[in-house]
Design a protein around this ligand. Structure first.
Ligand SMILES: C[S@@+](CC[C@H](N)C(=O)[O-])C[C@H]1O[C@@H](n2cnc3c(N)ncnc32)[C@H](O)[C@@H]1O
Ligand code: SF4
Length: 458
């Protein structure tokens, strides 16, 4: 049950820090990188025809903008906006397959947003057909999407299941009406429950729920009610994100009343409540902020220390490369990260002109690859066996990163990690501060300065 962690201890470790969906993290990508560099990555991919792929499709459209939202989302008044968008995705797809060929095997395909279920059934069919025509979707591939229950119906989710999706994530955030009002997102409980039941009736093998803690107006009591209700439903996985307040990137968030938001130790307490509630209900705590039922494959992977992470989330057997389509999508191809233009107009204009719409990226050095392996293993599997690096880098991690490991003793003294003969382990207390441990191995943080590049670790 709840560890007693004092306020001054939490404050000590509550520093701005990356969430490590990638290493190096996006703010560290400073190389000149555009369509030409991405083309090189795709040319390399073409020389490895047996490698499996993951695909990400970004669908930015939403019915209405919730002002707490940190995602790349937009509301369009154009009647045929989705159609025009899909025309461009189709062209983007053909530019990519011209370089890597068609028929490559895909083991994971995720639609994120925005709100993918803003698409009509015909548009969903069209988008799926485009990708099925260009790739070989494995019969056991994970095909997943994010759904806003406010505009979904049981019929729509039944359609999505029959169209081939096998995992669905429902955005709930918080059931309390006062919290919903404070984030500009009115969401009737009955509708959400109907859609959830619709997903079960439709036979989705995986049903996920998204929650957010640290929202304005949330109290321990109110959030405990939301948690209890979600646990009562029994989703396979829950993501409980820390509210990221980044109004310099998402100006709509200026409408969020920050004076009504928990911060620091109080917000940490809300997260501890979340962890305790899920653990008591037989969910395992995955990574920073995910929970999975004990029989879920993520939980099993964690027990086997075989959990991975990519831009789409936690995974059990991720493909070695990920191709991203649509505005703002980030791909990971042959040791290069590449991000598409995040503005609809310029993303579209690049494609119309026959250019790959890449605006930023990073080619990983050997040192980057070493640190990526170490950081992601610490973040996912909560340990760093020294032998982890032997095969790919020819020496154990304690030899390769001896300088970094010299920074460990204070963390050991504070009870966040233990150092054993075969490697280091994150303790139960250290789980709350795992980003702080990972940051020791990040070679780019020294240059981050005071700019608010990252949210706080707590
Ligand atoms: C891309 S959104 C898609 C969800 C879908 N459009 C909906 O609203 O239900 C994915 C998830 O990101 C999370 N999210 C959005 N804005 C956030 C923020 N500012 N901080 C933390 N999590 C956020 C929410 O949990 C949301 O369900
Ligand atoms: S939370 Fe979902 S529906 Fe609301 S603006 Fe963000 S992506 Fe759109």
């Amino acid at each position: 049950m709840s560890l007693n962690i004092p306020a001054d201890f939490v404050e000590k470790y509550n520093q701005p820090g990356p969430r490590y969906t990638s290493y190096p993290t996006v703010p560290a990508w400073k190389q000149p990188f555009g369509g030409d560099e991405y083309r090189e990555a795709l040319a390399d991919l073409a020389t490895r025809p047996g490698d499996e792929l993951a695909l990400y499709l970004h669908l930015p459209f939403c019915a209405k903008h919730c002002f707490y939202c940190g995602c790349n989302a937009l509301v369009s008044r154009e009647k045929n906006a989705v159609e025009v968008y899909l025309d461009r995705v189709e062209k983007e797809l053909s530019m990519v397959t011209a370089l890597i060929g068609t028929g490559r095997r895909v083991v994971q395909f995720h639609w994120g947003g925005g709100t993918p279920n803003y698409l009509s059934n015909a548009e969903v069919n069209r988008a799926l057909a485009m990708f099925r025509g260009a790739f070989d979707l494995a019969p056991d591939a994970e095909v997943s999407l994010e759904v806003d229950p406010r505009i979904a119906t049981p019929e729509q989710v039944a359609f999505l299941r029959s169209a081939g999706f096998n995992r669905i994530s429902l955005g709930v955030q918080d059931f309390e009406e006062s919290v919903q009002a404070a984030i500009g997102r009115k969401q009737g409980r009955e509708r959400t429950l109907d859609v959830y039941r619709g997903c079960r009736d439709a036979g989705f093998p995986g049903v996920n729920v998204d929650l957010v803690y640290g929202l304005p107006g949330q109290t321990r009591e109110s959030f405990a009610r939301t948690l209890a209700e979600i646990i009562g439903l029994g989703p396979d996985r829950v993501a409980c994100f820390s509210y990221a307040h980044v109004p310099w990137v998402r100006p709509e968030q200026n409408k969020v009343d920050t004076s009504r938001m928990m911060a620091g130790y109080e917000k940490f307490g809300l997260f501890q409540l979340t962890v305790d509630s899920f653990q008591v209900a037989d969910y395992d705590w995955i990574g920073i902020d995910h929970f999975a039922r004990r029989d879920d494959e993520l939980s099993i992977a964690l027990r086997n220390r075989a959990l991975h992470r990519n831009f789409m989330g936690y995974a059990t057997k991720p493909a070695p490369h990920m191709l991203a389509f649509g505005m703002s999508g980030i791909g990971d191809v042959c040791d290069r990260f590449a991000q598409n233009d995040a503005e609809l107009d310029s993303w579209g204009a690049a494609i119309d002109a026959g250019r790959l719409p890449i605006v930023k990226g990073h080619k990983l050095s050997d040192d980057d690859r070493l640190r990526r392996l170490v950081i992601l293993n610490v973040m996912c599997n909560l340990e760093l066996p020294w032998a982890l690096t032997e095969q790919a880098f020819g020496a154990p991690a304690d030899r390769l990163l001896a300088g970094e490991l010299a920074a460990l003793p204070p963390l050991v003294e504070d009870g966040l990690v233990t150092v054993e003969e075969r490697g280091l382990r994150i303790t139960d207390k250290g789980r709350y501060f795992v980003r702080n441990v990972a940051m020791i191995f990040d070679a780019y943080l020294a240059g981050a300065g005071d700019k608010p590049l990252f949210s706080r670790t707590v």
